[in-house]
Write a protein that binds this ligand. Structure first.
Ligand code: B16
Ligand code: MG
Length: 217
């Protein structure tokens, strides 16, 4: 039986990947190299500092900086990112998401967020979906990033469900692996071929509902 739905944020409920990309690209340009959208794919679902290491590797400068310099760069990128997400509106919630969350609540399912982003609470607020959540687990509450299962196990614990009673919605391979390691079923969201290990896959929430979820899982 499913009692809790745990949602990743970026790529599942909203598309903040575009803003992450613009901010990382600006940093890369300040450092003297370019950063493509294809290269940005590798950053999805990955923590802020791990993303910075990938970006610096792309520019061939990964070993050039001290920890302090890297922290300053990550803070600079985050400043630009926060500037962009502070202007987000409810129109940026992905299609079908609000209908699914509304129905899930109506039928008594618990709803949790399991995101790597330290900015998750602000994004939920700006897009007007914070009220749907019984528990919010963000990047500031965990010590190990996905594919470690910590973020989802905490979501289960905070909603009073056992892992086997949870289903995780994820758009990143590391998130699907984290769900698997947590002993949870998963729904891979979006067209990425790297989500092959998800229990089921959907293109998005349009046309998807709780009955379909229960039938397919
Ligand atoms: P922040 P998710 C992830 O969010 C993003 O996909 C990833 O690109 C980002 O680096 C990470 O959050 C950390 O975000 O810098 O805001 O703390 O997909 O786990 O919701
Ligand atoms: Mg994601």
């Amino acid at each position: 039986m499913i009692r809790t739905c745990i949602f990743d944020l970026d790529g599942v409920l909203v598309d903040t990947a575009r803003y992450h990309y613009l901010a990382w690209r600006r940093l890369a340009r300040e450092l003297g190299f370019d950063f493509s959208e294809e290269q940005n794919e590798a950053l999805k679902g990955v923590s802020r500092m791990a993303s910075l290491d990938i970006l610096l590797s792309c520019g061939g400068v990964r070993d050039k900086f001290s920890i302090l310099e890297k922290e300053e760069m990550a803070a600079r990128k985050n400043g630009w990112y926060v500037e962009m997400i502070s202007r987000m509106t409810p129109e940026e919630v992905l299609p079908g998401v609000e209908a699914f969350l509304t129905e899930a609540r109506r039928v008594g399912l618990k709803i949790a967020l399991g995101s790597a982003s330290r900015n998750a609470p602000m994004i939920l607020d700006r897009t007007g979906i914070a009220h749907f959540f019984d528990a919010v687990v963000d990047g500031s509450m965990i010590s190990a990033a996905k594919p470690d299962p910590q973020v989802f196990l905490l979501g289960a614990q905070l909603t009073g469900s056992a892992p086997v009673e949870c289903v995780v919605f994820e758009d990143a391979e590391a998130g699907i692996e984290a769900a698997e390691r947590a002993g949870m079923r998963s729904v891979g969201v979006g067209g990425s071929p790297t989500l092959a290990r998800a229990t089921i896959k959907i293109d998005g929430f349009e046309g998807f509902d709780v009955a379909k979820m229960k039938e397919l899982l």
